[in-house]
Design a protein around this ligand. Sequence first.
Ligand SMILES: [Fe+2]
Length: 231
Amino acid sequence: MMSRSDKMQFSRQRRTVIAGVAALSSYLILPTVSYASSKKPTSTGRERMDIDRFVEDCVIANKESDAQAAVKEVLAKAVSTPNTIINALGEPSKAGLNVLLSSPTLTIFAATWTPQMNLMPHDHLMWANIGIYTGREDNIFWKRSADGIKAYGAEALFTGDATSLPDNAVHSVTNPLLRFTGGIHIYGGDFFNTTRSQWDPETLNKEPSDGAVIRGIFQRENERLGIDSNG
Ligand SMILES: [Fe+2]
């Protein structure tokens, strides 16, 4: 039998242990809960993404049976630490396409948008994954109809977000911010050497498009703003 003073001592020890476990649980669990419920950048240091390793991981993932989903997983992980991408690629300062891989089966580039830049509706004719590492990219989705294309949906992508578009997608893109936006765009095919379509933003008349046309749009956007495309 414990005496009253023994019981009090035991109770104090028990409370101390419980308090210690609670403190340890907070230390171990809370950062994970906080991370899972937030899309805030999780890296603020000088750590750089290993671009070669990232491209290699995408190439390996692209060989899986559900290549788009597997590549998206690699992309989502990369943009979950967006500062590491900025540390590797730099802060965007112009409209541009920084090509990381161009192959018959996979194309990867960082696309940077000037403040409030728009890109007309266009198709890809291959699946696409988009991950944002700085800023915001608003997508309007269009569907084909007998009368041309019609807008039917939208998705706002913020820093840290990654999304997938099917191979029949048509979308137009806007950077709604007064600062630059940067995203990594991955396509399940030869993006730059595929003849695709785009639609005039005012008339929605269909026009041919390809890598050269897209590069021209980015170059003219820099000229419009007095930015050196080669700088
Ligand atoms: Fe696109």
